[in-house]
Design a protein around this ligand. Structure first.
Ligand code: SF4
Ligand code: SF4
Length: 182
């Protein structure tokens, strides 16, 4: 043991240095938030509750039932049921998400060629039964109206939707005057 180490030991220098950190923080303001009375502002792009994008012109879901999102989903929690319409077009009869099985990986959103699906920033949701977290097409469209209304939805798509291929861009991003960065 060196002389310096010996002096440090008999005068409890390390302990006093540690205590000084504690004493310093005794007079700093607390950083704890009293949730749910105090809530943080939602973070754009936070991966919360799912929503189906409602087309602003038709008022219907944008989803065409291609099934890519369900194929990409590692939790296999997306269930899509389609039928054939009069002109042989695909009709999405049911689009359902088992939210409790979701791992919020965002792959479904990134895989969708039509920007028809979103993860909203609403993350503080709760319920008493598993059934409450089985979201149907209507519930998912309601989520869009509730949590992504106004420009918020389009801002989300521009920022967090990935495909953006030339084929789909004009159809999906309905503000052609605003050029999308590639
Ligand atoms: S976020 Fe991931 S786990 Fe959740 S539904 Fe989408 S693909 Fe599935
Ligand atoms: S990938 Fe998009 S368009 Fe295809 S089924 Fe999923 S949400 Fe609908």
């Amino acid at each position: 043991m060196t002389a310096l180490e010996f002096i440090k030991k008999i005068f409890f220098v390390e302990i006093l240095m540690g205590l000084s950190v504690t004493v310093k923080h005794l007079f700093s303001p607390p950083v704890t938030r009293q949730y749910p009375l105090e809530k943080r502002e939602p973070v754009p792009g936070a991966r919360g509750l799912h929503a189906l994008v409602r087309d602003s012109e038709t008022g219907n879901a944008r989803c065409v039932g291609c099934g890519l999102c369900a194929a990409m989903c590692p939790s296999q929690c997306i269930h899509i049921y389609t039928s054939e319409g009069e002109d042989h077009e695909k009709i999405v009869d049911r689009y359902e998400v088992e939210v409790l099985r979701c791992v919020y990986c965002h792959l479904c959103v990134e895989a969708c060629p039509y920007a028809a699906l979103a993860l909203t920033d609403h993350f503080a949701y709760s319920g008493y039964t598993r059934e409450e977290f089985y979201y149907t097409k209507e519930m998912l469209l309601e989520n869009w109206d509730k949590y992504m209304s106004g420009n918020k939805g389009m801002d989300y798509i521009k920022k967090f939707w990935r495909p953006r291929s030339g084929d789909f861009e004009k159809k999906v991003i309905k503000q052609p005057e605003e050029k999308i960065e590639k």
